[in-house]
Ligand binder design. Sequence first.
Ligand SMILES: [Zn+2]
Ligand SMILES: [Zn+2]
Length: 460
Amino acid sequence: MAAGQTTTAKRAASRHDSTKPHITDSPITRANWYKHVNWLNVALIVGMPVYGLIAAIWTPLVWKTAVFSVLYYFATGLGITAGYHRLWAHTSYSAGLTLRIFFAAVGGGAVEGSIRWWARDHRAHHRYTDTDKDPYSVRKGLLYSHIGWMIMKQNPKRIGRTDISDLNNDKVVQWQHRNYLKVVVFMGLIFPCLVTGLGWGDWAGGFVYAGILRIFFVQQATFCVNSVAHWLGDQPFDDRNSPRDHAITAYITLGEGYHNFHHEFPSDYRNAIEWHQYDPTKWFIWVCKQLGLAYDLKQFRQNEIEKGRLQQQQKKLDQARSKLDWGIPIEQLPVLEWDDYQDQARNGRALIAVAGIVHDVTDFIKHHPGGKTMITSGIGKDATAIFNGGVYDHSNAAHNLLSTMRVGVIRGGCEVEIWKRAQRENKDIRFVTDSTGQKIIRAGNQVTRVAEPVATAGAA
Ligand SMILES: [Zn+2]
Ligand SMILES: [Zn+2]
């Protein structure tokens, strides 16, 4: 008893002690694991659906109730996607009072927390994506980002700080936050029961199907945005973080599946930007605008979107490019005297000079598509003219292949010219390098390609 009182006293004293370690600071052990669990959330997102499934065994599904359950699923889902997410968390458009009250009500019926709480966490998720301050970071595992972050207690101090002053000034948000429990119970369970009960006498069906099981499906759909949308699909705009685009995620989540785009352009009221992509949330917002319920729909300029897409494509190209052998960079090649070049060629090294660059073709002679005789005739000579059309105008692929065999640059004033030529891209851009600083060689731009054969050291 005395010990119990001491503990209670200690607990009361430490309630205001911010230095007291949070339960999440101590590792999970066999003795304390239950303290790590958020039992209220377990009851709401695991216990309830299990109860609903068992109750469904004794509850016949009336077709009218089935139709209403699906419709109410869409309504409460849109409360989250169009209301909680795109309106309040991202302010990607503005909504009049009617629409805000509607979203606060049906969004509450999805049983995913108050707008204020939801939007704060979501802003932290965008600001600190994939870091420890991201409340549902997928880096902690797919299951954690889906459901683990709610089932296990989280240290509120760990979640990144965000500005929600705009939400604190929204009367509807404040009212819903203060009356959250009433909103949830009424919109989550009582309202669907009233519709099916008063409508066609199916009170139990309304409770089990339009209430409990519908809540389960809406919750799981939203959770998929945090998990599947950070794990499955493409990254057309930025691949530094985890968000991804995928049609399947879009079908599950009322259009929230183009998540790579969304993280890149979060204040755009759209998730899908192509007409054929599934984004009912976008369509719903657009219809609300036509009805005068929503206004100021924000949209990024297509020019900015295409820039982002192009940069990511360029990055992918650079990555692919860096995996290929482009030959020793020209500026790293040793400089050879013309006489040295001829000496080495005479003494058995199969060297061929093209456009001032020396290539060792020893291993290639027998593979030369134009025959052994033809290539051997160029050894020890300036083969620029022969290679560039004098005998046969070689293909782009041939110039590429030749570059992998280069071993030196001929001195005689022209090496500087060669370096300049190697750096020249086209008349607009003189020096083009990829993101790793490597020079980019576009098709037909190998330095050995000379439009009109020029006089080289050998001819001089
Ligand atoms: Zn995300
Ligand atoms: Zn978002």
